[in-house]
Ligand binder design. Structure first.
Ligand SMILES: Nc1nc2c(ncn2[C@@H]2O[C@H](COP(=O)(O)OP(=O)(O)OP(=O)(O)O)[C@@H](O)[C@H]2O)c(=O)[nH]1
Ligand SMILES: [Mg+2]
Length: 318
């Protein structure tokens, strides 16, 4: 096996392992629904609908999936229950492929200018800082020069935490003391990054803001100040969502979209949860692409989201 083969098999292993609980739960439910039945009939389809909804796929996406399978059953007359997993896999992959956002298969970013600036937002505890650390590691490994900005100045530990991630990833962290103006930290970070010819800047922000208006104003200010250094910044506003909160993640995405324009999503903590189906619904329904998925607490545990790989992993027999 070549180096890429080895890398890909490691990636698949992490994905399969991370999605274990979701897989287990979905498979168990499907096995129960089809027990003693040979044919996919209305009752099986009703059960399947309930299984997908209770697996956090979301109502709208579930309805689309069920409709596709119904059409197939109507067309083929007889569909065996033993085929159900592979049919689900095909239909979901097909559905997700319909949104014509591209899946990334490498860590490159558009580079008609640099640095490429990603402002990272999300409510507290979802995994923003961890995701920034993991991204820094990946981009650095891909040969990019990365700068981090510690614009979560809300609590002392936040600055310390991102500094530790910076050390792990081997990239500089621009910071000020706790309580400093986040916009000022963002400004400093962009200036240093620009002066040092960096490729990528990741800006951490505080999750715990008193209210929506406060958050809206703060993000607006950060963006405005960034533009003073780099007119096109931020290139991306990435919302981090905790996948283990299931439907709550959907809600957060909607709420944040009302506060600022979100351009990409990272869904974390898919390991250890049975709610991994939420990625399917979010990927189908939100107009914003899921770019990264978090599958553990370690620095390597972040993957580029690939719909086909995700669905394959979810519906393949162990
Ligand atoms: N299992 C698992 N844990 C994760 C993942 N991503 C983050 N975490 C954990 O989630 C917890 C919170 O992560 P942080 O990165 O501090 O979250 P945050 O959004 O920066 O939080 P605040 O700074 O408080 O707003 C930590 O214990 C992380 O180790 C993941 O993909 N899988
Ligand atoms: Mg943080």
């Amino acid at each position: 096996m070549g180096i890429f083969g080895l890398f890909n098999s490691k990636k698949k292993e992490t994905l399969d392992h991370g999605l274990e609980k979701t897989k287990q739960s979905v498979f168990d439910k499907i096995s129960r629904a089809v027990a003693g039945k040979s044919k996919v009939d209305d009752e099986v389809l009703d059960d399947l609908e309930e299984i997908l909804i209770t697996s956090d796929v979301g109502v709208e996406t579930t309805i689309k999936i069920i409709e596709r399978i119904e059409e197939r059953v109507a067309r083929d007359k007889y569909v065996s229950t033993s085929e159900l997993n592979s049919i689900l896999r095909e239909e979901i992959a097909f559905l997700l492929a319909e949104n014509n956002t591209e899946d990334n298969d490498n860590w490159d970013l558009p580079t008609d200018h640099k640095p490429y600036v990603i402002l990272v937002v999300g409510v507290n505890g979802v995994g923003k800082t961890t995701t920034i650390g993991k991204l820094a590691y990946q981009f650095k490994s891909a040969g990019k020069k990365v700068y981090l900005g510690a614009a979560d100045t809300f609590r002392a530990a936040a600055v310390e935490q991102i500094s530790i991630w910076g050390e792990r990833a081997g990239v500089p962290v621009i910071k000020q003391q706790m309580g400093a103006d986040p916009a000022s930290v963002a400004f400093d970070t962009l200036q240093s990054a620009k002066a040092n010819n960096a490729d990528i800047v990741l800006i951490d922000t505080a999750g715990r803001l008193h209210n929506k208006v406060g958050l809206m104003n703060e993000l607006k200010k950060i963006k405005e100040v960034m533009k003073k250094v780099l007119p096109e910044a931020p290139d991306e506003v990435m919302l981090v969502l905790d996948g283990s909160t299931g439907q709550n993640a959907f809600e957060q995405a909607k709420q944040f979209s009302a506060v600022t324009q979100i351009t990409s999503l990272a869904i974390t903590k898919l390991d250890g949860t049975a709610k991994g189906g939420v990625v399917i619904g979010i990927s189908d329904q939100l107009k914003v692409p899921v770019k990264y998925i978090g599958l553990g607490e370690q620095i390597e545990d972040l993957q580029l989201f690939n719909r086909r790989e995700f669905v394959d992993s979810l519906f393949s027999n162990k």
